[in-house]
Ligand binder design. Structure first.
Ligand code: ZN
Length: 420
């Protein structure tokens, strides 16, 4: 099956200029030619009417299965979580996100259901359970913690569903990492320091010893992939960098020293400006005053870290939204694109949400589930994951954010929306 998009300008995901007035040929699920193509060879012709073909959006920090607060998720059956996750994943695709990296949550079943046509959604790079130390950021046993811990190392519902895992010491960490890889993780997510949204752990706590983190990195690297870490403070980032962690989620309370380390080691950074601002402005309900105080601190620090990212010219930055909550909270996902544009500029926002994510995902090597083509770029040999926008995204991301100007959504060569 050959689809041909004609009368198109192309934003390839990298260059700050459009490739003007070309055709894009799609054979099966891959882009095979960009340029002049004879319409007679196509089974289906799509007239872009001068619109822009751009890569489908990527989001490197989602939690598809986290469709409510942890206290409520703790009471849900796996069925209910799964059904809600299917709705959230479909909405993501219909916003224009064609690939997402899930950094905490049991998404393997959903991914399989999407790929076999039982559900609709983006490509998923799963991390499976986010791994925390006892009393760490994702040790959500604090509901009745004392009763649960009294009888030994007891699970919480969120651990039973494979959302979170708890491991202490080198051998438990090795096993927890290998279990996630066994369950199809593309990369490993650990909690390497205190968190803002959790009630249990102060923000400044260091989580996992250097040796525990090194164990996680060793097990991941032996499987051809890498560790990404939830991390806020500079001391935590220094330890994680030393352990060989390759991607910092949030990376909020940065200083010059750590920015230099990030630059020198080529560590990826996945910040979330919009969600942090929402939380800092107290627009998302949090459990208590202490978590509000923590998130305000994180929200303010995030803008400072953006200045350091600019100052040290760090180009290993990827787009991530970190929406956790009901489908209405997940619906704010697209707002991050505008927030990144405001923090940096239009081309940086566009690259972060397309080709930069593609580069980050390539670090999963043979744990990468999508090896047939490139992701996050419109080039020959890339997956046919694309949007057709009525407008020029290089002049501002608003035309991508609006449903009316987002005319076509295609993933894997299949059209999910066409209002041309
Ligand atoms: Zn997160």
């Amino acid at each position: 099956m050959k689809k041909l998009i004609i009368n198109a300008n192309v934003f390839n995901g990298v260059d700050n200029k459009l490739i003007e007035n070309v055709s894009v040929l799609i054979e099966g699920n891959l882009i095979t030619k960009i340029g002049e193509v004879d319409t007679s060879i196509a089974d289906e012709v799509i007239d872009a009417k001068g619109g822009t073909v751009m890569p489908g959006l990527c989001d490197a920090h989602v939690h598809i299965t986290m469709s409510d607060s942890f206290n409520i998720l703790d009471t849900m059956t796996t069925n209910e979580i799964a059904i809600r996750s299917a709705k959230i994943s479909e909405d993501m695709l219909m916003r224009g996100f064609t690939t997402v990296r899930d950094v905490g949550g049991n998404t393997l079943g959903l991914k399989n259901a999407i790929e076999t046509g039982y559900a609709t959604g983006p490509r998923i790079m799963p991390s499976q359970a986010a791994i925390s130390q006892t009393s760490g950021h994702s040790d959500y046993r604090q509901n009745q913690a004392q009763q649960r811990l009294r009888n030994g190392h007891e699970d919480s519902p969120l651990m039973k569903t494979g959302t979170f895992a708890v491991a202490d010491g080198r051998s438990e960490v090795l096993r927890a990492v290998r279990e996630q890889l066994f369950n199809g993780a593309s990369q490993i997510k650990i909690m390497a320091g205190g968190g803002a949204s959790s009630t249990f752990d102060p923000l400044d706590t260091l989580q996992f010893t250097l040796d525990e983190m090194k164990a996680a990195v060793e097990a991941a690297e032996d499987y051809g992939t890498y560790v990404c870490a939830h991390i806020h403070t500079a001391p935590a980032m220094k330890r994680a960098a030393e352990a060989g962690v390759k991607c910092f989620e949030h990376a909020t309370i940065m200083d010059d020293d750590i920015a230099q380390i990030i630059k020198d080691k080529g560590i990826w950074v996945v910040p979330s400006y919009f969600t942090s601002s929402l939380i800092a402005e107290r627009k998302i309900p949090l459990p208590n005053e202490e978590t509000y105080r923590k998130t305000e601190r994180v929200g303010k620090a995030m803008l400072k870290s953006a200045e350091l990212i600019k100052k040290y010219d760090i180009d290993t930055v990827a787009f991530g939204t970190d929406c956790v909550g009901t489908k209405d909270v997940h619906a704010t996902q697209m707002n991050e694109l505008g927030a990144v544009e405001k923090t940096f500029d239009t081309i940086t926002a566009l690259r972060m949400a397309t080709s930069n994510c593609g580069r980050l995902f390539e670090m999963s090597t043979y744990q990468h589930p999508y090896q047939e083509g490139k992701l996050g770029q419109i080039v020959e040999g890339a997956y046919a994951d694309l949007l057709i926008i009525d407008g020029n995204p290089l002049e501002g991301v608003e035309c991508i954010a609006q449903d009316e100007t987002k005319k076509v959504i295609m993933k894997d060569g299949v059209i999910y929306k066409n209002t041309l």
